[in-house]
Structure formats: structure tokens, C-alpha cells
Design a protein around this ligand. Sequence first.
Ligand SMILES: NC(=O)c1ccc[n+]([C@@H]2O[C@H](COP(=O)([O-])OP(=O)(O)OC[C@H]3O[C@@H](n4cnc5c(N)ncnc54)[C@H](OP(=O)(O)O)[C@@H]3O)[C@@H](O)[C@H]2O)c1
Length: 318
Amino acid sequence: MSDAIAVVAAAYGGPEVLELRPVDVPDPGPGEVLLDVRAAGVNPIDWKVFSGRMGDDPAALPLRPGVEAAGVVAAVGPGGAEGPRGPLAVGDEVFAFRAAGAWASRIVVPAASCVPKAPAVPWPVAGATMAAGATAVHLLEATRVGPGDVVLVHGASGGVGRLAVQLARRRGAARVIGTARPANHDAVRALGAEPVAYGDGLLERLRGLAPDGVDVALDCVGTDEALETSLALARDRDRLATIVAGPPAAAKGFTRLGGAPGAARGDEIRARARLELADRLAAGELTVAVASYPLAEAAAAVADHQAGRVSGKIALVP
Ligand SMILES: NC(=O)c1ccc[n+]([C@@H]2O[C@H](COP(=O)([O-])OP(=O)(O)OC[C@H]3O[C@@H](n4cnc5c(N)ncnc54)[C@H](OP(=O)(O)O)[C@@H]3O)[C@@H](O)[C@H]2O)c1
């Protein structure tokens, strides 16, 4: 048993329910490691869960938010611990995804969650890339993005969208058109996409950029506008995917991805994606803009994320 500090949601609600508390961390068991967290990613799923909108059972409180982190292995469970790239040892620098309760200074995680991190990859980037990146890879695989494709990404300025843009180009997509608010257009363009503002007139603007339509449409937003413009432009209704929209989108032909009932979880694809992401980060092939906040300022980080004051990823640093 060791001491740590962790962010805890003692009630369901907005960022104000988050508190920093001392917690006991158990020793790692067989197949587990103890991780000294250097950075933990903030993802919309974190605040969707503690908001109560995905279930508000009082018996589940207090919640420990966080699904991903990066850190240094501080102890290995009895009998050793085998990660996806081999045995783990004390002192190893790793990405940890999935890592439940990651908004903490120390956590115990399955060794199977830990992928070695190259020293050159900064901690905030390492802590905040895997969840969005694995989702982006799942989107590209589900729609078979490859050489020559014209790809539309709704939400190209978001955590998932920015990685989907870059990975689509790395897979040979001829063009990526990405929706974002105008203030984020330079960032989206720098990643390899042609930016376009969402909102009134989007379909006309998209038709102006892609008069012959698009091969693939990836929805990271879930609005009617994103779904309808995708349907209007798609040359192939078999290559539409959403990570946000519900069952009505499936009835229109979108493949739904993620943990929601009826969606494709893609556990194997996402687990494998971690290796590709680790390698591409080590090779300097991906740009991930990360704003760092102290762990103690998790509530402010979430509020800034929800309000769109921070674009890209956020990492909490213990
Ligand atoms: N199913 C899954 O497996 C899965 C996995 C990860 C994430 N998700 C979900 O996917 C969504 C995106 O995640 P993320 O991490 O990329 O979030 P994020 O970083 O907060 O990005 C949100 C994106 O939505 C855009 N946006 C906001 N309001 C919009 C509007 N009215 N119309 C069009 N675009 C709008 C933003 O554009 P601007 O900032 O330029 O305004 C930004 O690009 C979230 O709902 C998240 O919960 C699902």
C-alpha cells in the first residue's frame, strides 16, 4: 500500500464536484504495475461520466475520473508483468491506456495497458494522446481510409479530429476536409486538412470544396448538420462513421463506434492502435497540441475544455 493524491467526484455534476483527495494505492497484483503518473489526459468521456448523464447511481460514488496516463513504472506485481511489447521493469517510461482513475499521482494498471514510451515524447503528449488517437485509428479502419481518398472530418480541431486528420494523410488520403470554428482553421490547416467553418451554409461550402463529393465522412461531433452534410456528400454510404451519434445515425448508414450500446467497440483495433501511435510519436510524425494543468486544477481544466477555451488536448500534471 502507498499514498497518492487523486481527483475524485464525490457527487454527480459539473466541474465543481471535483476535489483532490489523499487516496491509498494498493500494491500491484499479478499482471499489474504501479505507475508514478507524470501526466493524465482529459477526455469528454471523463466529464460525461461524472456529469451523471451516463448514469447517476449514488452507489457508484465517489468516482475516480481519467482513462489514460503516462508515467514511470514504480513497482511490478508478483511474478513479473508482461506488456504488449514485452516484460515491464521498474523505471520504464510507459503510456497507460486504458488506465481507470488516471487523474492521480499514482495508479495501479494492468501491464496489458502499458506501452513503452520513447524518451523524446513529452509527458503531457504521452498522457493525452492514446484515447483520442486510438479512436481516430478506429474511425480510419472502420471506413478503410487509404491512398487517394477524399475524407471529410467533422470536428477536425478536436482531440480525435486532429489525430484523424494526420493519420488519414499518413495513410495516403489525397485530401482531408475538416470542419472547425474559424479561430481553429490555421491549426487544422497545419495538420494537413482544408478547414471549413461549421454552421449555416456548411453544405454549400463543402460542395464548393468537393463538388464531386467525398469518399469517407468521419463524424466527431454528432450534430444533425454533421450527419446530413455527410450523407449529402458521401459517394459511398458504406464509408460513414460516427463516434457520437446514436441509433438514428445507424439507420441512415453510419457505422457507430465506441462503448455505447449497439456501437462497435473495436477493442482489438484500439489496443493495436496504441503501438502505431507510440511509434509515430517516437518518430515525430504526429503533432499533438497539449495544454497542461496541475492535477489540483482539474476542475478548471474541465471547465475550459467544456467551454471550448482550450482546443486540442489537455493533460493534468501531478
Ligand atoms: N465513441 C467513442 O469511442 C469516442 C471516443 C472519443 C471521443 N468520443 C466523443 O467524440 C466527441 C469528440 O471528442 P474529442 O475528444 O475530439 O472532443 P473535443 O476535443 O472537445 O473536440 C470537440 C470538437 O467538436 C467541434 N464542435 C464543437 N461544437 C460544434 C458544433 N456545433 N458543430 C460542429 N463541430 C463542433 C469542435 O470544434 P471547434 O473547437 O473548432 O469549435 C471540436 O473540433 C466527444 O463527444 C466525445 O465524447 C467518442
